[in-house]
Design a protein around this ligand. Structure first.
Ligand code: NI
Length: 236
């Protein structure tokens, strides 16, 4: 049995500070999802939202599409938009998998990296510096990691790793939607690329492990803050 979202409360909490109807609807729903007021699994029906917000269905559809790009909801066949199921336990599970697979890929790949791989990784970092869109950031982060692992020479290991990174994507995007780009740990990405360029495997894998530890800790902190009912935020 699905709990029916209290749309009137969401609309009231949304405030009137947004320029367009789409932005207004998107901001109200994003706040509600990130704070946990709209829990994972909650269906979001376009007609009901349009009615509650007093807008047409077009801006509602557009807002839902933008929230999907931020991994805050999924479009499920025959059900429509549903708030993404995420949990601290699932995030920790995925980090354990990444921690097991990625250093193994990186150490096998580094000796075989080509100048064009390093150039591609550097370009992806630059693009991340310039891009503020959480949907795009998740993809850029994934591609950056995969370029550095790409010469591991073990297609099954790489396929598993790519799969783990894709599953994890929603946490990264969720996290970016809550905290902004400052949390992407670009410093660690740069260190890892430098170490790879120098062929320094111990340093590169050390940086990667720290990168994953830091990310796991910030996601855990996000869930802990959510559990207490506090708004996600701050710049730690
Ligand atoms: Ni990363």
């Amino acid at each position: 049995m699905q709990m029916k979202p209290d749309l009137a409360a969401l609309v009231a909490a949304g405030g009137g500070r947004h320029r367009t109807a789409t932005q207004h609807v998107e901001a109200a729903l994003r706040d509600a999802i990130l704070s946990g007021r709209l829990p994972g699994g909650t269906p979001l029906r376009q007609e009901e939202l349009a009615q509650a917000f007093g807008v047409s269905r077009m801006p509602v559809r557009e807002a839902l599409r933008q929230l999907e790009a931020q991994a805050l909801l999924d479009f499920v066949p025959h059900k429509g938009a549903v708030v993404t199921e995420i949990s601290a336990a699932d995030a920790a599970d995925l980090y354990a998998i990444r921690m097991a697979l990625e250093p193994a890929c990186l150490e096998r790949s580094i000796p075989h990296l080509q100048p064009e791989d390093l150039a591609a990784a550097a370009e992806l970092l630059e693009e991340m510096d310039l891009n503020a869109d959480p949907g795009r950031m998740g993809e850029l982060n994934r591609r950056f990691h995969l370029v550095l692992y790409s010469r591991a020479g073990q297609p099954k290991l790489l396929a598993l790793t790519e799969n783990a990174l894709s599953s994890f994507d929603r946490y990264l995007r969720f996290h970016l939607a809550a905290h902004g780009r400052a949390h992407l740990s670009q410093e660690e990405h740069r260190d890892m690329l430098e170490a790879a360029r120098a062929g320094d495997i111990p340093r590169a894998t050390r940086v990667l492990r720290r990168h994953l530890d830091t990310a796991a800790a910030t996601i855990a902190a996000f869930f802990a803050a959510r559990g207490t009912g506090a708004e996600p935020g701050g710049n730690s």
